[in-house]
Structures are given as structure tokens and as C-alpha cells.
Design a protein around this ligand. Structure first.
Ligand code: GTP
Ligand code: SPV
Ligand code: MN
Length: 625
């Protein structure tokens, strides 16, 4: 059999892989080699640079996946979990220096510095290439270079896009296989002679944090990550392509690539709405997307379906409305806090064919464990660092950013529309941050322009999803600050332009805050399934069934418009959730001003004006606590 091995003898270990490579080699090289000559030329150029022992094309088939998992078990990267409780699941620990996205090492290498903007790190593309070529040169010598074709978005969708990730990491391939549609499905999507694909290179190298780079070249649709093997840095389909590169493409092509979940909600009269929500990393997207309503709501006929939990691509349909697709194929979810009580759908999703990274391990059952999964920790625990652990140790057993990688199709609430090439029409867009104070449970923006301003001025307390100080309040426009692949000022203008184009057919825009705290530090709002009460009000507004009340912030529910039946919360707490403090808002407006100033000359005038109008409304309102 002829294989697409480029040079050198195969090692015994790689023999299994070679078989699958040969299968594809015959189809890809013979049938598609010419069809996809641009891909092959680029792959060859990378091969010459990284100098691997051989090259393997990933097909995405089941047997190949089993071989990859077996190899990961053999080399110690994967520990198989209890086959009865967690069939085909694996536990994995990353290098402790490589546990989250690193924004300080993430670069947007646009041709001009002012295309990159103040929210990103910039390096001149030529200089970055030189730097990375130095790191990549011979980085795969003695190793196998894998070529992973992947499709972001449903098969057959005009909105889906193809990428390639060249990698030396089987861990990355095992995760990419869950997170994206990989292999032949992607090659088939790429038309003959098509050069519109994202070129990605990933090399584990020696995981040196000082030489770690997650570099994006939006002008040429290239991604290079080196010295990292962690999720958002290394699974390139996700944040690197579907947000940073795609947002730059979306700007040029007139659509939106956003850090948003997508859910469908059916009300008791059978009417179905679709909603997108942008919350920053680790602020509740996965949970909201899979929400199970409380009993009263279920009995009444409410139903939530999941279309996506992290990323939405929104395009205008022929009818002028915005339609969303989920470019991903799986969930890379935050483990801590996920339980049968908080998110039963996630628990059912992750019980087979899943990967657990940096969680703890219940040694007696050989099942994954994390803080919040059960009230009491198991008897014998290994922590995410591989050490024996008990509560007396004082540290967390699971890393706060430990994750499960699970196939979306396994989610009990997955929507039929998850695979829909056309996507789903969006009725409402919700922004929300993690705010202990100041922000009420919910308000509606007065218009698309005001909603754009509300999204831009969103702020949130930092979480463990990115390296940095947890809890620090950070501005995070549209939950996209780390993911806008071009100048933030141009991105804000793009939102306003979408507003001009979509007019009255656009979704209404809302802001929520599940995380307001009482003086004793406890959450005022029960959250999770109860969040449907807020969603119900939002949809009443969409359908014109609630008048709300005007406040300086926008439109808030009248007390009588919130369904509080069976809700276990005191009247005082409920009032506090909606309370408005002029002192707090004076400070908020000042902090918004500081943030908006960082955008510089590219801040759209309309946004500066919205800010001035908010300041006047806050001043005029008086103290209403
Ligand atoms: P990324 O995958 O990083 O983008 O995160 P995400 O936005 O999907 O956040 P996720 O749903 O995973 O939630 C993150 C953390 O917030 C978890 O520990 C959840 O248990 C917790 N959380 C989610 N929803 C709520 C809520 O309504 N109330 C409270 N108090 N906590 C919540
Ligand atoms: C996030 O940080 O928003 C995530 C996890 O969804 S990662 O894929 O690492 O970016
Ligand atoms: Mn995310």
C-alpha cells in the first residue's frame, strides 16, 4: 500500500496510524491532491519547515479514533476511566504551566498595527513569522506530523468554513475530533481550487511558557500556536478560527462571529423562539444553553433546546433576519460547579466518549471528580496535579479551569436545528457579565444602537478561563475582548453597520446578571434552571406582551411581570436584584468612560453619544434605593 508518508521509516507505534493514513492517502492524494492543490502545497511547505519523520492525514473515522486513544493511553497522556460508568472516556492532565488561555501570549498580526487595536497584542507579521519559523524549524523531527482537516459549521451549510490544523499532538486531535467535524467531511466541503481555508500549525515544542505564542494572521487566514497544548490555545477551530479569524472575515463579509450560546425555547402555547447570549468565559453560557426549567415550567409546557454553548456565527437570511449556526460539534465545558443539580444535561452528555482535562480523579471508582460534582468528595482522590488529595490539603482537587470535552450530539437537550445548514432565526440577543453589584437581574436596551452600547460597555469579574487575577473587574465588550481579531473600534462600528442593515428585523437586545451578591457574599438569584423566569420576560417583550418600566438603564420588568410562583426568594432580595444605586452607576459610567477612551479615534461617535446619554439619565434619576 502506498502511504502519504513523506520520508523515513515508520516506527512500530505509528504503524496503526499509517493504515488510516493510507486509506486517506489513496482518496486524498489521488482524488483530491489536485482538487486541493493549494492545501497540498501549503502542507508541503510546513513539512519542509518542521521536518517530521512522516506525515499522516486524519480521516475522522471511528477506527482511527480508537487507535489514537489507544496510543494516548500507551504513552500515558490518557488514563481510561471506568468503562461501565464512563465508557470510552479518558482522564488527562496538562502541564501545570499550561492550564488556560494566555492572553498575554496571544497576538493578532495584522499588516498594520492600527488594524489590531488596543484590545490585542500586535506584532508585525514578518517579524512574527521569523520568530515562529525559528521555533517551528525541525520541531517535529523524529515525530509524526498530522494534518487535521476540519469543518466549522454544519455539513452542507453555506455558512460553514474549512480549516486545517497541522499538529504533532494526538491529544489535540482527540479533542478536535469531538469539537469539530474532522477529516473527509471537511475535504468534501472544500470545492475544487478553493483557497478559502484557514491554515493552522500547532507544535507542542517544549511547552516553554516564555516562548508560547498563539499567533493569528487575519489577512492570510493563518494560525500558529507553539509551546502550548491547552484548549483555547491549541484546539484551533475554537477561539483562534471561529472567533478571532472568523470575526475579521465577518467584518469583511457582512456577518457576525460571536462568543454566544444559541438556544431554542418553546412556550406553553407551542411558540418557539431562538435566543443568543454572550457571557464572558466561565460566566454561564453552557449552563444557560442546557437549562432545565423548574417543575412548574416543565408541567406548563416550557422546553429548552440547545443549539450551541459557546460560539455563534450570525448571517442575514433571505428574509432579512439574522440566522445563527453553531460552528462547533462539541462542548469544551467548565467542569467545576457542573452537577446533576446545576446542569443535568451536561452530566448526561459527558458520561461517554468524553475527555476530562485537569479534573480530579476518584481512585476507587476511576471516575472524574471536581468541586461541586458531589457535596462530599470521594474517599480516595488524585488531584489535577497527580497527587493524593483530601480536603485537609486545602487546595482545590480539580483545577478551577478544568474542562470536559464532550460530543454535542450526546446532549439530551440538543436541538434538531443543531445540524441545520440554514441556522435558526434569532429573536433576542442577551449580554451578561459576572457582577456582584450594580447590574440588575435584567434590562432591555432601547434600540439596536443602545444595545450595541450596552454590549460594548459590559464588564465582568475575571474567571480562571484565562491566566490572570481571578475576580478583577474587567471590561469585556460583547464577551469578545480576548477574541476580536481586529480593531475593537472597527468591530463596534461593524455592529452599528449590522444595525443599519437589519433595521426592524433585528433581534431585541437585553442584559442580564445572574451573579449579584448580598452583603454576606451569597448570590441573590438562584440562577441555573430559574433563569427561565428571566427568559420568559424577555420573550414577552419580544412578543409585545409586557410593557416593562423605563429606568436610566433601559426597560426593566414591572414587578407584576416577573413570574415568581414557587420561587424561593425573599421580597427584599428580589427588590435588591433590581435596585438601582446612583452612586454605583456614577462609578460605572466613569469606568465605562475610561474604557471607551482606550479605543481611541476609532470609537464610533454614536457610542460616545450613548455614553453621554446614559450619564445624563443616571444623574437625572436621583437616588432610588
Ligand atoms: P466558557 O466555556 O469558559 O466560555 O464558560 P461558560 O460561559 O460556558 O460558563 P459555564 O456555563 O461553564 O459556567 C461557568 C461557571 O459558572 C460554572 O461553575 C457554573 O456552575 C457557574 N454558573 C453558571 N450559571 C450560573 C448561574 O445561573 N448562577 C450561578 N451562581 N452560577 C452559575
Ligand atoms: C473560554 O475561555 O471562553 C472557553 C474555553 O470557552 S477555551 O476554549 O479555552 O477558550
Ligand atoms: Mn467560551
Amino acid at each position: 500500500m502506498v502511504s502519504f508518508s513523506c520520508c523515513g521509516a515508520r516506527t512500530k507505534k505509528e504503524f496503526g496510524m499509517q493504515e488510516s493514513a493510507s486509506t486517506l492517502a489513496s482518496s486524498e492524494v489521488a482524488a483530491n491532491g489536485q482538487r486541493h492543490s493549494a492545501v497540498h502545497e501549503w502542507v508541503e511547505s510546513i513539512r519542509l519547515l518542521v521536518n517530521p519523520e512522516n506525515v499522516v492525514w486524519i480521516t475522522g473515522d471511528e477506527k482511527e479514533s480508537s487507535r489514537i486513544n489507544a496510543e494516548l493511553v500507551e504513552d500515558g497522556t490518557f488514563l481510561p476511566l471506568n468503562e461501565e460508568e464512563y465508557p470510552n472516556c479518558f482522564w488527562s492532565r496538562s502541564n501545570p504551566n499550561d492550564v488556560a488561555r494566555v492572553e498575554g501570549r496571544t497576538f493578532i498580526c495584522s499588516e498594520q498595527e492600527d488594524q489590531c487595536g488596543p484590545t490585542n497584542n500586535w506584532m508585525e507579521p514578518g517579524a512574527m513569522r521569523e520568530k515562529l519559523n525559528g521555533l517551528l524549524k525541525n520541531s517535529m523531527s523524529g515525530k509524526t506530523m498530522y494534518v487535521v482537516p476540519y469543518l466549522m459549521g454544519p455539513e452542507g451549510s453555506p455558512y460553514s468554513k474549512v480549516g486545517f490544523e497541522i499538529t504533532d499532538s494526538l491529544y489535540v486531535i482527540a479533542n478536535m475530533r469531538i469539537m469539530a467535524r474532522i477529516g473527509d467531511v471537511a475535504l468534501q466541503h472544500l470545492k475544487e481550487g478553493d483557497t478559502d481555508f484557514v491554515r493552522g500549525v500547532h507544535a507542542v515544542a517544549d511547552l516553554d511558557p516564555e516562548e508560547r505564542y498563539i499567533a493569528h494572521f487575519p489577512d492570510t487566514c493563518e494560525i500558529i500556536s507553539v509551546n502550548t497544548n491547552y484548549g483555547g490555545n491549541a484546539l484551533q477551530g475554537k477561539k483562534c478560527f471561529a472567533l478571532r479569524i472568523a470575526s475579521a472575515q465577518a467584518k469583511k463579509e457582512g456577518w457576525l462571529a460571536e462568543h454566544m450560546l444559541i438556544l431554542g425555547v418553546t412556550n406553553p402555547s407551542g411558540k418557539k423562539h431562538y435566543v443568543c447570549a454572550a457571557f464572558p468565559s466561565a460566566c454561564g453560557k453552557t449552563n444557560f444553553a442546557m437549562l432545565i426549567p423548574p417543575k412548574g415550567y416543565v408541567d406548563a409546557g416550557w422546553k429548552i433546546e440547545t443549539v450551541g454553548d459557546d460560539i455563534a456565527w450570525l448571517n442575514f437570511g433571505d428574509d432579512g433576519r439574522l440566522y445563527a449556526i453553531n460552528p462547533e460539534n462539541g462542548f469544551f465545558g467548565v467542569a467545576p460547579g457542573t452537577s446533576e443539580q446545576t446542569n443535568p444535561n451536561a452530566i448526561k452528555t459527558l458520561q461517554s466518549n468524553s475527555i476530562f482535562t485537569n479534573t480530579a480523579l476518584d481512585l476507587d471508582r476511576m471516575t472524574p471528580w471536581w468541586e461541586g460534582l458531589t457535596e462530599e468528595p470521594p474517599q480516595h482522590v488524585r488531584d489535577w496535579l497527580g497527587n493524593e488529595w483530601s480536603p485537609e490539603v486545602g487546595s482545590k482537587a480539580a483545577h478551577p479551569n478544568s474542562r470536559f470535552t464532550a460530543p454535542a450530539a450526546q446532549c439530551p437537550s440538543i436541538s434538531e436545528e443543531f445540524k441545520s445548514p440554514a441556522g435558526v432565526p434569532i429573536d433576542a440577543i442577551i449580554f451578561g457579565g459576572r457582577r456582584a453589584t450594580t447590574l440588575p437581574l435584567v434590562f432591555e436596551a432601547k434600540s439596536w444602537q443602545h444595545g450595541t452600547f450596552v454590549g460594548i460597555t459590559m464588564a465582568s469579574e475575571a474567571t480562571a478561563a484565562a491566566v490572570g487575577q481571578v475576580g478583577a473587574l474587567k471590561h469585556d465588550p460583547m464577551a469578545m475582548r480576548p477574541f476580536i481579531g481586529y480593531h475593537a473600534g472597527d468591530y463596534f462600528q461593524h455592529w452599528l453597520d449590522i444595525g443599519e442593515r437589519g433595521g426592524s428585523k433585528l433581534p431585541k437586545i437585553f442584559h442580564v446578571n445572574w451573579f449579584r451578591k448580598a452583603a454576606d457574599g451569597s448570590f441573590l438569584w438562584p440562577g441555573f434552571g430559574e433563569n427561565i423566569r428571566v427568559l420568559e420576560w424577555i420573550l414577552k417583550r419580544v412578543d409585545g406582551l409586557a410593557s416593562g418600566t423605563e429606568t436610566p438603564l433601559g426597560i426593566q420588568p414591572k414587578p407584576s411581570e416577573m413570574n415568581t410562583t414557587d420561587l424561593d426568594i425573599s421580597d427584599a432580595d428580589l427588590e435588591e436584584l433590581f435596585s438601582f444605586s446612583r452612586d454605583e452607576w456614577e462609578k460605572e459610567v466613569d469606568s465605562q468612560k475610561e474604557f471607551l477612551a482606550t479605543i481611541g479615534a476609532k470609537l464610533p461617535k454614536a457610542i460616545a453619544e450613548e455614553h453621554e446619554m446614559l450619564r445624563s439619565r443616571v444623574r437625572a434619576w436621583g437616588v432610588v434605593e
